[in-house]
Design a protein. Structure first.
Length: 289
């Protein structure tokens, strides 16, 4: 009896053995296409802008040894294809000289392309905080999506979206430090609570130079907002009353007394020059009833 070939299992079985097809439909598993690398181009509006050179080289080494394990996702653009998800795989494949790359072709409009690209990067935690914020901003400005709608699509709370977008209000110097990983988004939120561009830049530099924790940065930002209440000048009548009280207390206690008064509050400073004198004054005050 002739042995059946592997083709008897169907194409999907062969592809499932060759590629990681998690997240793809059965139909897509049967329709993986090998596209020419030169016919595939990145999406210039995709949220991720920075690609770690070292990690890209590691991926290239893996592809050189094992090939592209998971197909990229693309949309058709006439004679070419635009990447929706998988630009790192495409870049690494080009790096090692592959002529073709496995791909799933989907029929997405521009909004869906941007949405899927953002979600994929968020799930992989590939975006820095600034790229994430710019991704949300692009969805709002280019596709008229509200924060609520973005929240629903990407699976994050509306407050998380709002806090992310607030990072774009930071000075460009601080945004650059955030992009470079010199400060975290937690640090950035603390910096946002400080008033003034220069003060925000100085705090960001201090955080980086002193390697401050988020809690330490928050404490500094809270204290920077506290301003001393200006002193109200004493009227001549109050000055005379204070001086008279000083003289009366000095005579009664037999030592120098100074009254410090400001805005209806103050303190009384009583001088003593020996322990015995301290006990005498304390006893006199105790008996003042």
């Amino acid at each position: 009896m002739q042995k059946k070939s592997g083709l008897g299992k169907g194409l999907s079985a062969i592809i499932s053995d060759k590629y990681d097809m998690q997240g793809f439909t059965d139909t897509e598993k049967d329709n993986v296409k090998n596209l020419k690398i030169i016919d595939v181009e990145p999406n210039k509006d995709q949220p991720r802008k920075a690609f770690n050179k070292e990690k890209l080289e590691e991926l290239a080494d893996s592809i050189k040894q094992h090939g592209v394990i998971q197909p990229i996702i693309v949309v058709s653009k006439g004679k070419t294809y635009q990447i929706v998800a998988g630009e790192r795989r495409w870049r690494a494949a080009k790096e090692v000289g592959l002529k073709e790359i496995p791909a799933i072709i989907r029929n997405y409009d521009e909004t869906k392309v941007m949405e899927v690209a953002l979600i994929e990067n968020l799930q992989r935690e590939d975006l820095n905080p600034v790229e994430e914020a710019l991704g949300y901003k692009n969805l709002m400005e280019s596709f008229s999506m509200t924060q609520e709608k973005i929240s629903d699509r990407v699976g994050k709370s509306r407050s998380a979206i709002a806090n992310s977008l607030r990072l774009l209000n930071l000075p460009k110097e601080v945004i650059k430090m955030l992009e470079e990983g010199k400060i975290t988004s937690g640090h950035a939120k603390a910096i946002l609570s400080v008033t003034g561009t220069n003060a925000q830049i100085e705090l960001a530099k201090l955080i980086y130079e002193k390697q401050l924790s988020v809690r330490e940065a928050e404490n500094i930002s809270k204290n920077s907002g506290k301003t001393k209440k200006p002193k109200t000048p004493l009227s001549s009548e109050v000055k005379l009353a204070v001086k008279e009280s000083e003289n009366n207390l000095s005579k009664y206690l037999g030592t120098k007394v100074k009254i410090h008064e400001s805005n209806g509050k103050g303190k009384i400073e009583i001088s003593y020059y020996s322990y015995e004198e301290f006990e005498r004054i304390a006893e006199m005050i105790k008996n003042c009833r």
